[in-house]
Design a protein around this ligand. Structure first.
Ligand code: C2O
Ligand code: CU
Length: 459
């Protein structure tokens, strides 16, 4: 595997180090493509918010100043942290009122590619998100590294109807391969909310920032899908990608693929080697023609003006990352130890504003009560025709089973896609996070607002 021969970062943090950031959220008109004027909300005047970097072992102090004109909080997605720092509106803190401020302070853990975002009303849809990298001193050192936030500009007029279950009729599939059709079923999530631009780090192609690399370099990509409803398939033309981390957590072994499947709120770290001069497109693949704009040029010296090699938008024959591939199949289903919860995901019928867990919407959904060090198994069964990116705050869980197949190397994650139309997926986690109430919810913003949410509560 290409990454094993690289030098390691030396540890350079001590626990006494403190890193200070100020994040001021305020309205910002956002125009990533000509003619589009989106009433954005931004941290420090940029969408996405600033890339925060900290070395594992350092302490983060983030002063949040809310000038949005509405309530807001910051949730630190993927972090294990004191419960009152989790930023869950109405659960771990009241929303910070307009004009108010809040001090978030904690030692970010575990290391890896994490992110932060608003956890009140429509802040996430309007631009309040950013990546935070918690550098792992044990990681291999890349020759170059790019942090890429894939995000999209929603048509806000479609959000209300989507919440009522009366959103856009499904798009007519363009003629294409069975895989493209299959992909459209993922994109069905987006048929509820329509999008007017697809961006990487605040711009749409061809205005995205070019990523300069050199022949011989080992390059690390850190990719976040901050879209509120849609899965992204990400591919770099002319290259295979070696995936090392899922949601910031190291894979038991790296895995090589053509493309990444990045569900809502998921992150992947993937490496590639620059073996020849050239210019290539890093693209989000989609059956939605608008999404062709979601691309950035990767080029070697002197090739910045060369027409970049591009991938076809079809997924036909494309070897993309799945949990089965990342974790390997063929293991035995784990012997059941600990508590077991069965959660059936349902709702979302036409005309309905309900997305349910065991027939209920939050706060009437069944809760998970835990004692310290309990082992908890959760098995999801998805009865809807959309996939659900299920997320747990304040913990890293292991994905142990998908559609009845056990993973040989359970995947450490904080968000995982449960397949549509009868898909199942199981998590296992140990209740060894700080005591408190931790949200468990679907990260599709519409489904979350429509009730597909519950709590893990330490008692
Ligand atoms: Cu990204 Cu409730 O979370
Ligand atoms: Cu969902």
């Amino acid at each position: 595997m290409l990454v094993v021969a690289l030098p390691r970062l030396s540890s350079r943090a001590t626990a006494s180090d403190l890193v200070d950031y100020t994040l001021t959220a305020a309205p910002m008109p956002f125009s990533p493509v000509p003619g589009l004027n989106f009433p954005g909300l931004a941290y420090n005047g940029t969408i996405p918010g600033p890339l925060l970097r900290i070395v594992h072992g350092q302490r983060l102090r983030a002063t949040f100043i809310n000038k949005t004109g509405q309530g807001s909080t910051i949730h630190w997605h993927g972090m294990i942290l004191p419960n009152n720092m989790d930023g869950a509106d109405g659960v771990t803190q009241p929303a910070v009122p307009p004009g108010g401020s809040f001090l978030y302070e904690f030692p970010p853990d575990p290391p890896g590619t994490r992110w932060y975002h608003d956890h009140v009303s429509d802040g996430l849809l309007r631009g309040l998100f950013g990546m935070i990298i918690v550098e792992d001193p044990r990681d291999l050192r890349p020759d170059a590294e790019f942090a890429l936030v894939f995000h999209d500009v929603p048509k806000l007029s479609t959000v209300g109807p989507a919440m009522m279950g009366i959103g856009n009729a499904p798009m007519t599939d363009p003629p294409g391969s069975p895989e493209l059709m299959q992909m459209t079923s993922d994109d069905k999530m987006g048929d509820e909310v329509a999008f007017s631009a697809h961006c990487i780090n605040g711009a749409a192609y061809p205005n995205t920032k070019r990523l300069a690399v050199k022949v011989g370099q080992h390059v690390r990509l850190r990719i976040l899908n901050a879209n509120p409803t849609q899965t992204r398939y990400v591919r770099l033309a002319g290259h295979r990608l070696t995936v090392t981390h899922s949601d910031g957590n190291p894979l038991a072994r790296p895995i090589e693929v053509d493309a990444l499947r990045v569900g809502v709120a998921e992150r992947y770290d993937a490496w590639f080697e620059v073996s020849a001069p050239g210019s290539w497109l890093l693209q989000g693949l989609s059956s939605d023609p608008l999404a062709y704009e979601q691309a950035a040029v990767v080029h070697t010296d002197g090739m910045e003006q060369a027409p970049p090699m591009a991938s076809s938008q079809s997924l036909e024959g494309v070897d993309f990352l799945t949990y089965e591939k990342a974790g390997g199949t063929g293991g035995a289903l784990p012997a059941q130890s600990g508590a077991h919860y069965d959660f059936t995901l349902d709702g979302g019928k036409y005309g309905s504003s309900r997305w349910t867990i065991n027939g209920q919407t939050y706060p009437n959904t069944p809760k998970i009560y835990v004692h310290r060090n309990d082992i908890v198994n959760v098995r999801f069964l998805n009865k809807t025709d959309m996939e659900h990116p299920m997320h747990l705050h304040g913990h890293v869980f292991e994905v142990t089973e998908i559609d009845g197949t056990a993973l040989m190397r359970p995947l450490a994650k904080d968000t995982s896609l449960v397949r549509a139309n009868g898909g199942t997926l199981s998590w296992r986690f140990r209740a060894n996070s700080p005591a408190g109430k931790w949200l468990l919810h679907c990260h599709n913003a519409i489904h979350m607002m429509d009730g597909m949410m519950t709590l893990v509560e330490y008692v």
